[in-house]
Design a binder for this molecule. Structure first.
Ligand SMILES: Nc1nc2c(ncn2[C@@H]2O[C@H](COP(=O)(O)OP(=O)(O)OP(=O)(O)O)[C@@H](O)[C@H]2O)c(=O)[nH]1
Ligand SMILES: [Mg+2]
Length: 397
């Protein structure tokens, strides 16, 4: 699973990325601070199954605080996009390619309206962030369209001459974007009786748009909510884009909290609405003021900095992924004595067999049955898993 962080230049993508991963990346108040993509590990917060068994887990990867498990996911932070990027404007579109493998996108916008279309800082409220929501979608659609259109005539002719299966051939062509055969069938169902050579440009554009929406679902991180006027804009955008998932956030505040927690100055669990001062005496006046500002103006007002929520919602609400824990019905520990050491994020409608394959292809190939460890019920291959399940796979050999 790869989470891509996208948006216009200078809106806070790298700050969001750094707050999520604590990776060392360039953050600067000018456009195109990031050129080469950064990749790192962020965490999705899920309810840990250890609570059900009244135990404390020992995660092999990630961590668990108060029965909230932080499961690692790969994140990428790319260069800023500007309107016309697909035609080579700004940094051009070479870095759009860095997003090919992303399963979900976090679109970071400066909701305070203090970054213009070129990514230059301007006074708060001088730019309408609604335009960013619109332009980014157009850029992504045009990027997909460009890929689809490249060599289209030749492709369409070949499909015709060699009597190829259209969905299969096209899915192969677009597999780099994570497009599969079923998606193609779905988006071309109205074109079934028309041969690809006769598909019009508008029809290709429509296909590109639908495939982009399916393969790159997007959540909008309304960043810089700490700046004056940002809240008004946020409320307005919520009304203007009722079908989009919008979350207010302050990446800068989250970064400050995570760094303070790392330095053991405060105790803070990402996504929570408060933190605890640990070493009040070792904080200087500026640090104390900054933390107080975050407490009063972000945490109390919005319930969190929003960064963790954006990540969680992108995977759990938008992609509808579920958390599954491998475990034995008689024993939740591995051979080293670690309790529930692993947690996997699986796509919706995953079955016991899918989970077996995810653990190891041998488990899938030799699947006999599975056990729902919470209920101790035996289940078969086709059993649909649900969020928080603990599953034991019984396989031959
Ligand atoms: N007030 C405020 N400023 C922020 C926030 N997040 C980021 N910034 C500032 O916005 C500026 C740009 O941040 P970056 O994280 O470098 O932005 P970017 O989108 O990665 O920029 P490019 O890589 O140049 O496209 C920096 O000055 C950050 O400190 C926030 O939540 N609130
Ligand atoms: Mg950046």
């Amino acid at each position: 699973m790869i989470v891509g962080v996208v948006g216009k230049a200078n809106v806070g993508k790298s700050t969001f990325f750094k707050a999520s991963t604590l990776a060392e990346v360039e953050i600067a108040n000018y456009p195109f601070a990031t050129i080469k993509p950064n990749s790192g590990v962020g965490y999705i917060k899920v309810d840990c199954a250890d609570k059900f068994f009244n135990k404390q887990c020992n995660p092999r990867e990630g961590f668990c605080i108060n029965h909230k498990r932080f499961v690692p996911v790969e994140m990428i932070d790319v260069a800023g996009l500007v309107p016309g990027a697909h035609e080579g404007k700004g940094m051009g579109n070479q870095f759009l390619d860095d997003l090919r493998q992303a399963d979900v996108l976090i679109h970071v916008i400066d909701v305070s309206g203090s970054t213009n279309e070129k990514g230059e800082p301007i006074g708060p409220g001088k730019y309408d962030p609604a335009d960013d929501i619109k332009f980014l979608e157009i850029e992504l659609d045009m990027w997909y369209y460009g890929i689809l259109k490249k060599g289209w005539e030749k492709f369409a002719k070949q499909v015709q001459q060699e009597k190829m299966d259209v969905a299969k051939a096209l899915a192969k062509q677009l597999s780099g974007l994570k497009v599969d055969e079923d998606m193609i069938k779905d988006v071309t169902k109205n074109l079934k009786d028309i041969i690809p050579e006769k598909w019009t440009d508008d029809q290709l554009k429509d296909i590109a748009k639908q495939l982009r929406q399916i393969t790159k679902p997007m959540i909008i991180a309304c960043n810089k909510i700490d700046v004056q006027n940002a809240t008004n804009n946020f409320t307005r955008l919520q009304n203007e884009f009722p079908d989009h998932m919008l979350i207010a956030c302050s990446a800068e505040s989250e970064l400050a909290l995570r760094e303070a927690a790392k330095a053991e100055l405060i105790k803070y669990t990402p996504g929570e609405d408060s933190f605890e001062m640990l070493k009040q005496d070792s904080l200087n006046e500026k640090q104390t003021k900054a933390l107080e500002f975050i407490k009063d103006n972000i945490l109390k007002k919005f319930g969190s900095t929003g960064v963790q929520q954006v990540l969680d919602d992108s995977v759990q609400k938008l992609l509808k992924y579920i958390a599954i824990f491998p475990g034995g019905v008689n024993k939740l520990e591995d051979q080293h004595g670690n309790t529930l050491p692993d947690c996997f994020l699986l796509p919706p409608n995953s079955t016991a067999l899918d989970f077996a394959y995810r653990l190891h292809s041998d488990f899938g190939d030799n699947f006999i049955r599975a056990i729902d460890v919470k209920t101790k019920m035996t289940v078969g291959k086709e059993h649909l898993l649900k969020d928080g399940d603990v599953v034991e796979i019984i396989s031959g050999k």
